[in-house]
Design a protein around this ligand. Structure first.
Ligand code: ADP
Ligand code: MG
Length: 255
């Protein structure tokens, strides 16, 4: 078989990463006197690794996850209220397989978004479908098809993805209709997929987020907490760590 024919076959089989390299790989293999088996293994490995890399890159882009938030750049020494072992055990993504939820509570700047997003990255690397929204973005997405009941919106990422991260619950109070939409979202995901939620408000305050609607709040909490891992993230804001000297002697509970 000529090189040209091999290249055509590679194109048909979508061996697109190794296709432009194949002539060079042949040359190297013959120089190194590699066996047929070794050569074939090299081509397959290169192709598989490159495909995996581009799958992860594409999924990361589609997920909407904020960039640069990974577990390997999270400083656990700065954040002693979160135990690395516990996060590492979440990073296996067993919780996604079990359709369990993760809830991160804490004041602004302590790393809630970072941890949630970093677990989202892990999940993508392990092959799970992931999307990230702020509460505001999620509600906007849902309102694009208000006429279609959520149960019939199976094509939508916030319903069907294995993991959905909803960030910043509590920065704004929701109106009654948005509270209802949020309940629909939680309900659609209940026992079907994992949800990670971050909030700057404690559970006791959630009723004030949800239009003072006690029934809706209870229904949301009931479903979310049915199978949940809770993380109370505390301490100082990482954002303000370089300004520590400005706060000497100042009460800084709210930063
Ligand atoms: P929160 O969501 O709790 O308000 P973020 O996760 O957005 O806080 O953190 C604020 C900024 O500080 C982000 O840029 C984040 O990457 C960074 N950050 C927070 N905590 C840590 C940490 N322990 N190690 C490294 N970076 C951190
Ligand atoms: Mg945040």
């Amino acid at each position: 078989m000529s090189l040209k024919k091999i290249q055509q076959k590679m194109e048909t089989l979508k061996f697109l990463h190794t296709l432009p390299l194949i002539a060079q790989l042949f040359e190297e293999a013959s120089k190194e006197k590699a066996s047929g088996l070794e050569f074939f293994e090299k081509v397959l490995t290169l192709e598989a690794d490159a495909r995996e890399e581009s799958r992860v890159a594409t999924s990361l882009k589609l997920s909407g996850l904020p960039k640069g938030m990974r577990l390997d750049n999270f400083d656990f020494l700065f954040q002693p209220s979160v135990h690395k072992d516990r996060i590492d055990s979440m990073a296996t993504c067993e919780f996604i397989r079990r359709h369990e939820n993760l809830l991160f509570f804490g004041p602004p700047g302590v790393g809630k978004t970072h941890l949630a997003a970093a677990l989202g990255v892990k999940a993508i690397e392990l092959g799970y479908s992931v999307s990230y929204y702020t509460v505001e973005e999620l509600l906007l997405q849902m309102k694009r098809r208000p006429d279609v009941p959520l149960a019939k919106q199976r094509g939508r990422a916030y319903v069907k993805n294995a993991l959905v991260i909803v960030d910043e619950l509590g920065y704004q109070s929701l109106e009654r209709s948005d509270t209802h939409l949020f309940f629909q979202f939680i309900s659609a995901r209940y026992m079907r997929g994992s949800t990670i939620i971050t909030s700057n408000r404690s559970v006791r305050e959630w009723v004030t987020i949800f239009a003072a609607d006690e029934m809706a709040t209870t229904a949301i909490l009931d479903r979310l907490f049915h199978r949940a891992h809770i993380f109370n993230v505390d301490g100082k804001s990482y954002r303000l760590k370089d300004f520590d000297h400005l706060f000497e002697g100042v009460q800084r509970e709210n930063v």
